[in-house]
Design a protein around this ligand. Structure first.
Ligand code: ATP
Ligand code: MG
Length: 272
């Protein structure tokens, strides 16, 4: 069976646009013909459902407590993307123990065959949930913005993932840039620092412009690509999705793909 490609969207700093990138990337990949599931990994403060105007009855918490199976809590979002929501205001969900983590992976294993791509929208910060979702994913997209704090927090997250989990592959997306050259300058700054101090080389995935259509879509609780297909941000996210598809043949690393193909015991040894 074709393994699921997993993409974690993360940033270190809060509010830089992770959830917008995650939801719209899901819609973009769907437009390119993929079956996509977006999982709200901001487990205590769900936002994906809010941004997409969905009110799901059940969420990942019901799966973790054994009340529901994954397929029963997944709902349909714009253009046929699948959405797995988090709970909101449940503090216990902000730290998953090892058993719960394995349960999440097991449930996704059962879902193999239904989807091509799993996009995980992480919460801000460098909590253990965030690092867990990053290290289990095949691709890590770090969203930064031209603000210095977004760059330093992005670097801090990369540093943690590298020093603690030997993660070496990162794709950088610059959000809310004024133009392409500003985005590239911001990327180069981060990339030179990562190269110098961590010997980690970063890939430039592209940028999303600062675009009023994003804010309008957020207020309307719609995906900007769905609501404003002609907007500059929509064109950018589609080309980013195309680029991701091009390198989807990237070599497998010790990731959810491997975990899904392995007995859980091995997964524990490898990754957790
Ligand atoms: N490209 C953009 N152009 C204009 N506004 C943007 C853009 N990207 C994000 N925003 C604004 O930033 C806000 C925060 O975005 P979003 O919720 O996606 O960030 P986040 O990183 O997921 O936040 P959190 O860390 O709280 O999960 C959006 O509601 C929107 O108003
Ligand atoms: Mg978010």
């Amino acid at each position: 069976m074709k393994p699921i490609r997993t993409i974690a969207i993360t940033s270190g700093k809060g509010g830089v646009g992770k959830t917008n990138v995650a939801t719209n990337l899901a819609v973009a990949l769907r437009q390119l013909g993929e079956n996509v599931l977006i999982f709200d990994g901001d487990l205590g403060l769900s936002n994906v459902d809010v941004l997409l105007g969905l009110v799901p009855k059940y969420n990942i918490q019901h799966v973790l407590t054994g009340q529901k199976r994954l397929k029963d809590v997944i709902v349909e979002g714009p253009q046929g993307i699948k959405v797995l929501s988090a709970s909101s205001g449940i503090q216990e969900m902000t730290y998953l123990d090892e058993f719960q983590r394995l349960k999440v992976l097991e449930e996704f294993e059962d879902y193999q065959g239904e989807i091509d791509t799993l996009i995980i929208d992480t919460g801000p910060g460098i909590s253990s949930n965030v690092t867990f979702f990053c290290i289990t994913a095949q691709n890590i997209i770090v969203v930064i913005s031209p603000e210095p704090t977004a760059v330093t927090d992005g670097y801090a997250l990369i540093k943690v993932l590298f020093t603690k989990y030997q993660e070496k592959k990162f794709k950088i997306l610059v959000n809310s840039a004024n133009n392409a050259s500003e985005a590239l300058t911001v990327f180069r700054h981060l990339s030179e620092t990562a190269e110098k101090f961590l010997q980690v080389s970063l890939d430039y995935l592209g940028f999303l412009p600062m675009d009023e259509a994003v804010q309008k879509a957020v207020r309307a609780q719609r995906s900007f690509l769905d609501a404003y297909p002609e907007a500059a941000a929509s064109k950018s996210i589609l080309s980013i999705a195309g680029r991701l598809q091009e390198d989807s043949l990237d070599s497998l690393k010790g990731s959810l793909q491997l975990i899904l193909g392995n007995p859980i015991g091995e997964a524990r040894d490898v990754r957790l």
